[in-house]
Design a protein around this ligand. Structure first.
Ligand code: AMP
Length: 302
């Protein structure tokens, strides 16, 4: 079996200096699953309300995402409103409405219990542990989180981190979680909470991966047209974990390659609002951008 993910499925209302989207399909698990679906089988655990349109379910099905763990209950779907200034690296949350997530009691389908790879996408850390506790013996557990949970549920998040092998987190959140402005020191502090590998997402500045004593730095693709960074972190996560799950090789070399796969997918995501750019990619586009990434930071001794 491929990759099991729990996280938010949402309506996002987003404003950037280049336009806006109202109640567009979003959520950490949605971006993650869509991106990962280009590499491996994905099973999604989440909840939506009775206002969630069938067309979004149908879209997730076109990506062959297993939706047996997606519950639909009475009430409103999770809603997030955010705004970006010219510095697209920083999202300003205007409102977060948990709605049906507030009372969500995930019960994962029997066939998900043997999942080997679990991704705890950004959501309440209590829920992250609840889902993980229902999986028998995962080989790899990775997670993401954000300022909302670092501020609001810190103790629970620390408990979740004890169970996590790989943490994906953005730079400002790494600083906030560790209380340490320097990212190298921040990664070391976070590793002491549990995760052996810390992947710090730095938006247009790329990604840093701290793994044991080594550090890997990957650039982000310099793009001329960036419209909406919403979901870039989750889309990165989907490419990173989707690729790793497809080969089940967790060596450092392969994790470096996975960082580039994640960066490739994120670079598509920012080119349009919501999931518009990543919902229907051709494999040839993914391969071509992967080759561009290889050239981007290549140099030789002369
Ligand atoms: P990012 O990849 O960091 O840009 O994540 C953006 C996505 O996270 C949006 O689609 C939101 O719906 C979702 N999101 C925002 N706040 C939360 C939250 N507190 N918990 C879970 N998901 C969230």
């Amino acid at each position: 079996m491929g990759l099991l993910v729990v996280g938010s499925v949402a309506f996002d209302s987003v404003e950037t200096p280049f336009g806006k989207a109202e109640d567009a399909l979003g959520g950490s698990a949605t971006f993650f699953s869509t991106s990962a679906s280009y590499f491996t089988d994905v099973s999604l655990v989440a909840v939506v309300g009775d206002d969630f349109p069938e067309k979004h379910i149908n879209f997730l099905k076109t990506r062959k995402i297993d939706l047996k763990g997606l519950q639909r209950t009475e009430g409103k779907t999770f809603r997030w409103k955010g705004k970006y200034g010219y510095d697209l690296n920083e999202a300003h949350t205007l409102s977060t409405e948990l709605n049906v997530f507030e009372s969500f009691k995930p019960k994962i389908p029997a066939e998900y219990k043997d999942a080997e790879v679990v991704f705890l996408a950004n959501i309440d850390p209590d829920l992250q542990r609840d889902v993980l506790g229902q999986v028998k013996k995962p080989k790899i557990v990775a997670a993401d989180t954000m300022n909302f949970w670092i501020e609001g549920k810190r103790d629970s998040l620390i408990k979740t981190l004890k169970l996590v092998d790989i943490l994906l987190i953005n730079d400002s959140e790494a600083r906030q979680l560790s209380g340490e402005p320097n990212l190298v020191k921040a990664a070391r502090k976070i590793a002491a909470y549990g995760p052996k590998t810390i992947v710090i997402k730095r938006g247009e500045h790329g990604v840093l991966m701290f793994h044991k004593e080594s550090v890997f730095s990957a650039p982000a693709m310099p793009l001329e047209d960036v419209f909406d960074p919403t979901g870039a972190g989750d889309t990165f996560g989907g490419g990173f974990m989707g690729y790793l799950s497809s080969v089940m090789d967790w060596s450092e070399n392969n994790m470096r390659k996975a960082i580039i796969m994640g960066s490739v997918m994120a670079s598509f995501n920012v080119e349009d609002f919501s999931l518009n750019r990543i919902k229907n990619l051709e494999y040839s586009e993914i391969e071509a951008r992967y080759r561009e990434f290889k050239k981007l930071a290549h140099f030789e001794d002369i």
